[in-house]
Write a protein that binds this ligand. Structure first.
Ligand code: UT7
Length: 325
């Protein structure tokens, strides 16, 4: 049976120049390199310069992805930016990126699902492609989470970083089997009853400020391990694929312990798990495309590899996606 699939044509990324180490943080709050590495696996994070905003990061990742895909902006039908840290409340960061790329056709919009933002954006982009609405779409995860961090709260300030990652998706014909190239199965979930466990203390309609991040780390951790494995198993079973067939798990990079626990539940050896959290911390919607771009460019992820993405974040939102690269 002939079906439309969304193929990843190219990948791109951008990390701001400024680096903050765990030792730098230990001068600001009562923490240590030892605690942060042991509990999270994070060693450094990148921070946007004072004048740098989310769209600046997004544009750099987008240009990198377009170059990697070997296409021009003229060939794009749409741009989707997953972000929780837009430049402004409106217009959408995606329309700013569209303008900066010199694109005046098609459409661009933002999507907000916090750390699952990239999973949601990819799922929506795949739906647009399969429905025939667009042929080629640029999906970006871009964040300046550092702007939402309370730098006096050691429970959260050690965890986050800034960055952007992007992929170009394009329609290809498939046979409707797991041997196809492109997105094979995507599932996203949310449960708003857990909203209080991970939220910002403000917003345009409530406090008229952006607020800062509050997180009940222990509870988020507990839910993350269960929900990520459940979503991954769901996607694998619906696609008729076993975890042994996976070439790589490319998980949301929040905490090495969460990544390890999920891999263990799926029966995956560490050699099949992409870990980049050590050098960019939790960049929310940017973390999966950042990790993907790094491993594609290093040659570790190759054409034909079977990849599983998973993510979980505020909302709660979570999801998993099976992709043949
Ligand atoms: O992207 C999705 C959203 N986020 C996540 O996925 C994060 C999920 N949660 C986590 O990653 C972990 O829960 C944390 C890394 C945030 C915390 O690790 P934990 O092992 O759950 O530590 P904890 O919260 O139970 O805290 C243990 C101790 C506490 O001290 P007491 O009460 O035992 O005396 C904390 O006050 O560690 C203390 N602590 C710190 N100590 C040094 C908390 N943060 C720090 C810190 N440095 N930065």
């Amino acid at each position: 049976m002939s079906v439309i699939r969304s193929k990843i044509l190219g990948v791109g990324s951008y990390l701001p120049e400024k680096v903050m180490t765990n030792d730098d943080l230990s001068k600001m709050v009562e923490t240590s390199d030892e605690w942060i590495v042991e509990r999270t696996g994070i060693k450094i994070r990148h921070l946007a310069a004072d004048e740098e905003v989310t769209s600046d990061l997004a544009v750099k990742a987008a240009q990198d992805a377009l170059e990697n895909a070997g296409i021009t902006v003229q060939e794009l039908d749409a741009i989707l930016v997953a972000t929780t840290t837009p430049d402004h409340t409106f217009p959408a960061t995606a329309t700013k990126v569209q303008a900066r790329l010199g694109m005046t056709h098609g459409f661009a919009f933002d999507l907000q699902a916090v750390c699952s933002g990239f999973m949601y954006a990819m799922t929506m982009a795949d739906s647009l492609i399969r429905a025939g609405q667009v042929k080629t779409i640029l999906v970006i995860g871009a964040e300046t989470l550092s702007r939402l961090v309370d730098w006096t709260d050691r429970n959260t300030c050690v965890l986050f970083g800034d960055g952007a990652g992007a992929v170009v998706l394009t329609a290809v014909q498939g046979q409707g089997t797991a041997a196809d190239t492109g997105i094979l199965k995507a599932k996203v979930f949310s449960d708003g009853t857990f909203g209080e466990l991970l939220h910002t203390t403000g917003g345009p309609s409530s406090s008229q400020t952006i607020g800062t991040i509050f997180m009940n780390g222990k509870e988020v951790f507990r839910h993350a391990v269960g929900k990520l494995a459940d979503a991954a198993e769901d996607v694998l079973s619906e696609a008729g694929v076993s975890s042994e067939e996976l070439t790589w798990l490319v998980p949301h990079q929040a905490n090495l312990r969460i990544i390890d626990s999920t891999a263990k539940k799926l029966g995956l050896p560490a050699s099949k798990v992409v870990v980049t959290v050590d050098h960019h911390a939790n960049t929310s919607a940017a973390s999966i495309p950042l990790a993907l771009a790094e491993k594609v460019k290093s040659g570790e992820i190759k054409r034909g590899d079977l990849l599983l993405f998973d993510a979980m974040g505020g909302g709660f939102t979570w999801g998993a996606m099976l992709v043949r690269f």
